[in-house]
Design a protein around this ligand. Structure first.
Ligand SMILES: NC(=O)c1ccc[n+]([C@@H]2O[C@H](COP(=O)([O-])OP(=O)(O)OC[C@H]3O[C@@H](n4cnc5c(N)ncnc54)[C@H](O)[C@@H]3O)[C@@H](O)[C@H]2O)c1
Length: 441
């Protein structure tokens, strides 16, 4: 009698199990690398033919996993990329890393997950384990994924296996990889938990087993709600302290000397990235379904979403205070990425700042060494190309708005040659030689 559970465990322990990753983006590609580095044969799936072509030609398309990844994968002979989803029958383990955005009405959009799971179900065979990695609300793996997989006629527990394991990515922070960040794993049942733990333990340093997928799903959301709420708190503190004439960053520096009970967060121009502005709404939506009210989540969203307008209002006020007419002003926005030293612009508050500035000022440019031009996004395309910054060009702007504090910017030069800086990141305050009038946003 074949024993799919024992066979799969044996294949995992022997590093013979083929690991398939569906969705080769910011999460999927580094995850695939972790399994590849652990010696597993790997198969990457994506609907984007450009990504497949790039990988199969050994060409990188993402900066943050580091240069040379595509070439190393290809040269190993243990990796292929494909957009042929009939090949989903090949991997023993299928890890799903597709997007989980919001709909127009800010509700969970699980269409990418559903489409992927239906494709997996179409070729599901005994002995496969499926792990959902996409961030989502508690109950998705059990209530959405399981019935769709089981529609193929195979049964959980003895024929196929299912777990949830959220991703923790920290783009732009050197040294943090899919391999060394602790990984939560929750199986639908005992065999699924055992197999998923064995699988991840073979590729990542620390596996943290949790009792159910719901615990893992909710833990991921708690992590991101925690960030959203604390970012909102410091943003609100900034507004409050501004109104009292107290420097918020000096206050935060002072408070951060407390060795316990205080985790530092810094004010900024708003929230960005694929996680913090989106994930909390997944939990709020699920809470509402269950009749609970997630008030902190709603309030944090409200406070953070108001920040771009606040930065723009500060800019307009500061121009007027210098007798400059905003309607004829030239404004430069520094940084389009949502945080420093990365090229990810998803949900970046810089876009909202530029859109709002366009309503008030004559001419807006942006500079970002990591983002050479804008592309079509969820809210259209700004149709802009990054400008180079130099002493003469800086002096030609009536105001410079610091939206992202990339280390690659020449901050002393920016400070020395800008006529007016609206600093939403507190970056300029650390410069001794700032001569431009800086207005903290
Ligand atoms: N980016 C992060 O820092 C981060 C961190 C933790 C968790 N997450 C979560 O991970 C998931 C993926 O996020 P990401 O940042 O990697 O997104 P991404 O947009 O960078 O990558 C998703 C990939 O999936 C592909 N794709 C879309 N639909 C597909 C389909 N039906 N079949 C196959 N491929 C498909 C896209 O072409 C893209 O390459 C999301 O749920 C996100 O919330 C992201």
């Amino acid at each position: 009698m074949p024993d799919p559970r024992a066979d799969l465990l044996q294949r995992i322990n022997a590093r013979e199990a083929i690991v398939g990753v569906v969705g080769l983006g910011y999460v999927g590609l580094p995850l695939l690398r972790a399994f590849h580095n652990a010696g597993f044969p790997t198969l990457g799936f994506d609907i984007d033919p450009q990504k497949i072509q790039a990988l199969n030609a050994g060409r990188d398309y993402l900066k943050h996993p580091g240069p040379g990844l595509a070439r190393a994968l290809l040269d190993s002979g243990r990796f292929q990329a494909t957009d042929d989803f009939a090949r989903l029958a090949e991997p023993d383990a299928i890890l799903v890393c597709v997007p989980t955005p919001l709909t127009e009405s800010r509700e969970p959009d699980l269409s990418y997950v559903e489409q992927t799971i239906d494709r997996i179900s179409a070729t599901l065979r005994p002995g496969q384990i499926v792990v959902l990695e996409s961030t989502t609300y508690p109950g998705t793996t059990r209530d959405v994924v399981l019935p769709r997989l089981a529609a193929c006629g195979l049964t959980l527990n003895d024929q196929f296996f299912l777990a949830y394991s959220p991703e923790r990515e920290d783009p732009g922070t050197p040294g943090r990889t899919a391999q060394n960040l602790p990984k939560l794993v929750g199986g639908l049942d005992e065999p699924s938990g055992e197999l998923a733990i064995a699988l991840y333990a073979a590729a990542v340093d620390t596996v943290v087993p949790v009792r159910t997928p719901e615990v893992a799903e909710a833990a991921k959301l708690l992590e991101n709600v925690y960030r959203s709420v604390n970012i909102a708190l410091v943003n609100e503190m900034k507004v409050v302290l501004d109104s009292l004439g107290i420097d918020a960053w000096e206050v935060i520096d002072a408070a951060a000397t407390k060795p316990f009970g205080f985790a530092r967060f810094d004010p900024g121009p708003g929230m960005g990235g694929h996680c913090i502005p989106i994930d909390p709404y997944y939990l709020a939506w699920r809470a509402k379904q269950a009749g609970a009210d997630a008030r902190f989540i709603a309030l944090a969203g409200e406070v953070n979403n108001a920040m771009p307008a606040r930065v723009v209002a500060k800019t307009i006020d500061a121009l007027r205070a210098r007798a400059a007419d905003p309607a004829s002003a030239r404004v430069l926005v520094l940084g389009l990425a949502y945080k420093k030293n990365i090229d990810d612009v998803r949900e970046s508050p810089s876009f909202e700042i530029i859109r709002l500035l366009r309503d008030h000022a004559a001419h807006i440019d942006y500079a970002d060494p990591h983002v050479p031009s804008t592309h079509p996004g969820r809210r259209g395309d700004l149709g802009m190309t990054a400008v180079e910054i130099a002493p003469e060009s800086l002096a030609s702007y009536d105001a410079v708005v610091v939206a992202t504090d990339h280390d690659a910017f020449d901050w002393p030069m920016i400070g020395a040659h800008s006529r007016l800086v609206i600093d939403a990141r507190g970056r300029m305050r650390t410069l001794d030689n700032v001569v431009a009038p800086v207005v903290p946003a």
